[in-house]
Design a protein around this ligand. Structure first.
Ligand code: 26M
Length: 782
């Protein structure tokens, strides 16, 4: 980026000395930010001009979350100047990784869905495709988690800084969005100004720089409704982009959330249409809009509104254009996560939009009227039902393609959850198995492994990640084994340095690093993991012949602030951790570490150090998972259920190089249907499980029985909806198998290498190529 190292140093120092602030790493961070900003400016403009001149079809990825993580290091890496800058700074007496720590974490997402959106932007730019993000510039990202007395506490996180950031405020593109009022007139509406902040998305291997446009809500200059004071108006306006909702699987139906959704959709769609350089009827050939889950599904009625009311098209023309422009990705089948809005809420907040949704529903029902359908089927096919709008049905009806995020998940959608819709639109449904950015999760997070790979097979895998397969040649190579093991060891030691202050006893780098990091949720079954650990504790103390190979269990993850069960799971993990870690006998075999405030940066430290990747969701519940892919790419072995993309991981690497266990999706779904699963029966018959349940009931695992109530209620009264007790035996057995395998070091290393070799399929570059070819048709020129 800056020519030579010497050039960079000179340029940097010149800048640095001009600063009024003291010469700290923080100032260095700001200076690097300014340098980057200037450096990419020209390529950013050139990219936009190129797209305009070639009339390239543009993709807009609409998402309520973009979990981009820290950008400085990734941008330097993609510009192929990370090493140069690092060495340059080194010679000047600065440590780049220390400087990187000064970048506030942009936590604009809850988890998988938001991180997926960020990875897709990385792939789009790196593949030099015209694809941009549209999202919200939340002042506060996901809360910061601290652990106090074993419990989660939440603090607001503000990430926006004046200096060092690359985004550009585009006042010239600001527009006013109306809420409330009456359908068809702007009378009595309450207006909110939407101001875009454009962030450059720097692609690797070229000079493509795409745009992530994040909208900020501000008071508009228009008159405010007479029923409101200025103070209230200003507060309500700012609230729209004030913070990210911290729920990742619960539809709460809050009006502020609805405002956020419409704000994003309306601002983005109106801008796309206003700035266009083509006839409106060409829209589907010039623009593709992908809606990331139903959160931006208001794009359907909003595009209809603009086409009808502002462009003057008739219904059929408008509908044909809308349903050839928008496509939808489904990320879940969990009932409680399916968005349903009370009709009156939409009708009050967005009267014209509600009229349009009603008309879409009316016409769809009219079309179905000629068919022989059961009442059940008609229910499943209604957009509006019992005075609620079902966003998933609206999204399916209003788009030309609908995809699941892994093979199994897509099959469940087609055959069960959306069976009736699938029968109506058989060609709409397709699978696009998720992927991850190998640039962030291998090259950036694990440069040591990346270098070793390149030394062995050359650098072809960097642009064609599926060529990681060439590593298979080294799966039995002794000297490669030694280097591979040395890298893993180094990453484990680095992780220890990062977390040792939070651990009450030293972490043994020779122990197996077994890592379970993701949002805390019933279906992700952190509870099963910690109950198993407690059972190990009991067994070690009761059976003097049971002395298992040392393991360190890492947990990390946040609970939604309103999710009491998940919060109690955190408490249980911390209580058991304390018990295990302070027992002089047990701690020689088992160590438990809860890593506070799990986020993208923590993931970058944890994943490269893992030996075992815990992916233990109840089969059928995890749509895909993407953490599973990151671990595999870093040479961890998957200990997991036959769920989500685990299925494809097992397929790619071979089951003999992984540890599958547990009920199959079909079995789970059968039990759910017939209700024959009885957790009490397991407790009655299995003495070890009985013991751990007694400890739970006695309050020993949670510091008192008040705390274990939620967990007991879930396992007993609610009959263990996530089959924790049902799968526990199988889970114990697979852990024992894993332990056996680990003691055969050569064989383990061979398996780990094969995992890296088979991980190329899970690069988001592959996913994005598939979307581009089969859904967005980005190569199509008009
Ligand atoms: C909805 C309504 C109100 C407030 C928040 C939400 C909401 C926010 C995020 C709901 C779901 C959200 O994210 C869900 C998510 O992260 N899903 C995960 O998506 C990944 C990418 O496809 C998959 O790999 C995971 O399996 C899936 O759980």
């Amino acid at each position: 980026m800056f020519g030579s190292k010497e050039e960079f140093k000179e340029h940097f120092m010149r800048r640095f000395e001009q600063q009024t602030e003291e010469q700290s790493p923080q100032t260095a961070y700001a200076v690097l930010g300014d340098m980057l900003r200037e450096h990419i400016q020209e390529d950013w403009e050139r990219t936009n001009t190129r797209y305009a001149e070639h009339k390239d079809k543009q993709l807009y990825y609409f998402s309520i979350e973009f979990l981009i993580g820290r950008l400085l290091g990734q941008n330097l890496l993609n510009l192929a100047c990370y090493d140069l800058v690092k060495e340059g700074l080194d010679e000047l007496g600065y440590d780049l990784s220390e400087i990187e720590e000064f970048e506030p974490e942009p936590g604009l997402g809850n988890g998988g869905l938001g991180r997926l959106a960020a990875g897709f932007l990385d792939s789009l730019a790196s593949l030099q495709m015209p694809g941009h993000g549209c999202g919200i510039r939340y002042k506060g990202g996901l809360f910061t988690q601290h652990i106090k007395d074993g419990f989660q506490t939440e603090q607001p996180t503000d990430w926006i800084r004046e200096t060092g950031s690359l985004d550009v405020r585009r006042e010239d593109l600001a527009l006013d969005i109306p809420f409330f009022g009456q359908a068809g007139t702007a009378e009595n509406a309450e207006w909110v100004k939407a101001v875009p902040y454009d962030m450059p998305v720097v692609g690797a291997n070229g000079r493509t720089i795409n745009t992530l446009r994040l909208w900020q809500a501000e008071p508009s200059d228009r008159p405010i409704p007479s029923t409101k004071t200025m103070q209230i108006y200003e507060r309500e306006t700012a609230a729209i982009s004030d913070r990210l909702y911290p729920d990742d699987s619960l539809d709460e139906g809050k009006i502020l959330r609805l405002k956020q959704q419409y704000f994003l959709c309306s601002a983005s769609i109106r801008t796309i249409l206003k700035e266009r350089q083509f006839e409106i009827r060409e829209l589907p050939d010039r623009v593709a809009i992908q809606v990331n889950d139903t959160h931006p599904a208001m794009a359907v009625p909003e595009l209809m509104r603009v086409l009808l009311d502002e462009e003057g098209l008739d219904w059929d023309e408008a509908w044909a254009i809308t349903t050839r422009t928008i496509s939808y990705t489904n990320h879940t089948i969990l009932e409680e996560a399916m968005e349903k809005w009370d009709s009156y809420l939409i009708e009050t907040l967005l009267p014209r939009i509600y009229q349009i949704i009603e008309e879409i529903d009316r016409r769809f029902k009219a079309k179905l009227a000629t068919q022989q359908l059961s009442t059940h089927d008609r229910h499943k096919l209604s957009i509006i039902e019992n005075d609620r709008v079902k966003m998933a049905v609206l999204a399916v009806v209003g788009s030309y393609k609908v995809n699941g995020v892994a093979k199994l998940h897509t099959e469940i959608l087609k055959q069960r959850e959306m069976k009736e819709l699938h029968e109506q639109f058989p060609d709409k449904f397709h699978n696009k198995t998720n992927g991850i950015s190998h640039r962030r999760w291998l090259m950036k997070a694990n440069p040591e492994l990346a270098s070793l790979i390149t030394e062995s097979i050359g650098s072809g895998w960097v642009t064609e990640p599926e060529r990681l397969r060439e590593l298979d040649r080294f799966a039995k190579d002794q000297s490669f084994h030694a280097s591979f093991e040395a890298v893993k060891r180094q990453k484990k030691e680095q992780l220890i340095r990062h977390v040792e202050h939070i651990s009450d006893s030293p972490i043994d780098p020779d122990s197996i690093f077994d890592i379970h990091i993701k949002r805390i949720h019933g279906y992700k079954r952190q509870l099963m993991n910690i109950l198993h650990i407690q059972m190990l504790y009991d067994r070690i103390r009761q059976d003097s012949s049971f002395r298992p190979y040392p393991r360190t269990f890492f947990f990390g993850g946040k609970a939604a602030p309103t999710y009491d069960f998940a919060k109690q799971v955190i408490k249980t993990i911390n209580t058991v951790a304390h018990k295990v870690n302070s027992d002089p006998l047990v701690r020689q075999h088992v160590h438990v570490v809860f890593v506070e405030n799990y986020n993208v940066s923590k993931a970058e430290q944890l994943i490269p150090a893992a030996n075992v990747s815990e992916q233990i969701s109840t089969a059928s519940k995890e749509a895909s998972g993407t953490g599973n892919m990151k671990f595999m790419m870093n040479g961890a072995l998957t200990l997991g259920t036959v769920d989500g993309a685990n299925v494809e991981i097992f397929e790619q690497v071979g089951e003999e190089n992984a540890f599958p266990f547990g009920l199959l999706a079909e079995q789970v779904m059968q039990f759910e249907k017939d209700g024959t699963y009885d957790p009490q029966e397991i407790i009655r018959h299995d003495p070890e499980i009985r013991q751990v349940m007694a400890e739970l009931t006695g309050g020993q695992l949670t510091d008192g029985i008040e705390n274990s109530n939620y967990i007991i209620r879930q396992l007993i009264d609610r009959r263990d909806p996530f089959f924790v007790l049902k799968d526990l035996r199988s889970y114990m057995a697979v852990h024992d198998q894993m332990l056996m395998a680990y003691t055969e070091q050569t064989r383990w290393t061979e398996m780990a290498i094969k995992n890296v070799a088979a991980s190329g399929y899970f690069s988001s570059d592959r996913t994005i190529r598939q979307y581009a070819e089969e859904v967005w048709h980005l190569d199509r020129r008009s």
